[in-house]
Design a protein around this ligand. Structure first.
Ligand SMILES: Cc1cc2nc3c(=O)[nH]c(=O)nc-3n(C[C@H](O)[C@H](O)[C@H](O)COP(=O)(O)OP(=O)(O)OC[C@H]3O[C@@H](n4cnc5c(N)ncnc54)[C@H](O)[C@@H]3O)c2cc1C
Length: 473
């Protein structure tokens, strides 16, 4: 490949999307990925004859005209085999001793909630209003928990409305902005979809198009330094000694990692570095993948959310390793009938694995593996309350913790969604893709919003800023 116009560091969803969007603008792009496999959180891995996903279980807003439809259409992702989840129940919430079904479509959803909580008609109307307005500035400075409490009186309804968010964002009462809460909820209520196949299909579809446009994606290329000359980045130096030159650089790595690549003696101010490295990160995720005995469980086209107490806020697994809530998600079976593998997810704080932080992948101590088995046991026990005899169906299990994400993706503290958004600090709710170095940009979930929807919106934002710089207005 001849000298690229743009180098992208990291092939997560954000990096690949920016690469594809810029290659469609006629730019020659080169993506450098440190892992052996591209995709970051979107990659899937193989165990036996199973393909297991890491960060893709379902996605919202893919109906025609939906929040993600146009973007995915222009990225060539709409012709992947998306299957719509059950329209009358895409989330089954088990909390406070009973089950609540979430329906798709704002009208249907509110109607179903009114049937469970007829005394909350007014509160639910107010909730429907905020589901319809997602771009208001005031939402960034408003606390989600306080707002829900200001419009709804029944504490159980607040929990039911929050429950599906437990594995989609960090439900921390003290910090979560309404903006993040609503953006992570609305697209899924509009319509929810699963991919028939693994996340790698999506990654490969993006890479095929990047290559068709003359770009390239290289793996096993860890960028260790970005060299600056005359106030601009000129080259990316990789751990294998190779260097790549370009006019413009975009980092899909966590912003703290991006800053660490730029020498301290440069245009990038220390205050900016401190801001990027001191910002707290969201919790991580514990995932257990279960392979089930063939024919043991009929497919269910919804997620099951199960809680031990009627409180899904501030419940991530901590030092004591107690599981308080889970999401159970089934992979669409090839035959469409019986489930062959399901994932159980529970949020996990860094404190739960901090004592093992010096250990490396594939060389963890026995105590770490015992801890994983204990958390896994609790996850399966809780899932068994809604899927009777589940443990008798299990043939194989594999699990991962925030340490796994730290070591694969280099996200600080194995954070699942990057920077923690805090309504008291709106400067960090939306972080500009621009850095103080005019030809170095950032993209990815830490900047604005996470998830497939959020990262795609953020990639569009990054491309707008690059274009303004390449073709100034
Ligand atoms: C367990 C889990 C489940 C999830 N489920 C869903 C879901 O069902 N639906 C949904 O919408 N979202 C889900 N998400 C969120 C979604 O997966 C992420 O928001 C999204 O994939 C993040 O993409 P990204 O590009 O920002 O970052 P990442 O995926 O973290 O990509 C960053 C990339 O940069 C690379 N990199 C870092 N440093 C360097 C370097 N120095 N040199 C070269 N490369 C480097 C990394 O290896 C990585 O590939 C889930 C997340 C998790 C953790």
């Amino acid at each position: 490949m001849t000298r690229p116009d743009i180098i992208i560091i990291g092939s997560g969803l954000g990096g690949l999307e920016v690469a594809l969007m810029m290659s469609k603008e006629g730019k020659k792009v080169l993506v450098l990925e440190r892992q052996h496999q591209p995709g970051g959180c979107m990659q899937s891995y193989r165990r036996g004859n199973l393909h297991l996903d890491t960060g893709l279980h379902y996605v919202g807003g893919l109906e025609t005209g939906g929040q993600l439809y146009n973007a995915f259409d222009s990225l060539g992702l709409m012709n992947l085999p998306w299957e719509r989840m059950d329209e009358n129940c895409f989330e089954e919430v088990h909390i406070g001793g009973r089950a609540y079904s979430w329906s798709q479509g704002t009208g249907n959803f509110i109607k179903a909630m009114k049937s469970y909580f007829p005394h909350e008609e007014k509160g639910l109307e107010a909730y429907a209003e905020i589901l319809r307005c997602t771009d208001e500035l005031w939402m960034q400075n408003t606390n989600a928990w306080e707002y829900l409490n200001s419009i709804i009186s029944d504490p159980l309804l607040i929990q039911v409305l929050s429950a599906p968010a437990t594995c989609k964002m960090e439900l921390i009462r003290e910090t979560l902005p309404l903006f993040t809460f609503i953006h992570g909820t609305t697209p899924f209520i509009q319509s929810s979809w699963r991919l028939k196949g693994d996340g790698n299909m999506l990654v490969q579809r993006l890479i095929e198009q990047i290559r068709a446009n003359g770009g390239e994606v290289l793996t096993d290329k860890e960028v260790v330094s970005l060299k600056e000359d005359n106030g601009r980045i000129t080259q990316a130096l990789c751990s294998d000694g190779t260097s790549y030159y370009a006019d413009c650089f975009v980092s899909n790595a966590h912003p703290a990692v991006t800053c660490s690549l730029v020498s301290s003696n440069t245009t990038m101010k220390n205050m900016f570095r401190r801001r990027m490295s001191m910002q707290p990160n969201t919790f991580g995720m514990f995932t257990v993948h279960l392979q089930l005995r063939e024919g043991s469980l009929p497919y269910f086209n919804h997620n099951k959310l199960v809680f031990t107490e009627p409180d899904c806020w501030n419940m991530a697994v901590g030092k004591e390793h107690v599981v308080k809530g889970i999401m159970v998600s089934a992979r669409i079976p090839k035959d469409g009938v019986d489930v062959t593998n399901i994932d159980i997810l529970t949020p996990m704080q860094w404190e739960a694995v901090a004592e093992f932080e010096d250990s490396k992948l594939f060389h963890r101590p026995d105590s770490y593996n015992r801890m994983k088995l204990e958390v896994q046991r609790q996850c399966i026990t809780l899932a068994e309350t809604v899927i009777p005899n589940l443990s008798a169906m299990v043939v194989n299990t594999w699990s991962s913790t925030p340490l796994t994400y730290r070591d694969y993706n280099l996200t600080p503290e194995g954070s699942a969604f990057g920077f923690r958004k805090d309504y008291t600090n709106p400067m960090m709710t939306i972080v500009s893709p621009k850095t103080q170095i005019p030809n170095l940009f950032m993209t990815g979930q830490s900047l604005m919003l996470h998830g497939l929807h959020g990262v795609t919106m953020t990639a569009m934002y990054t491309c707008q800023e690059i274009k303004k710089c390449i073709i100034p207005e």
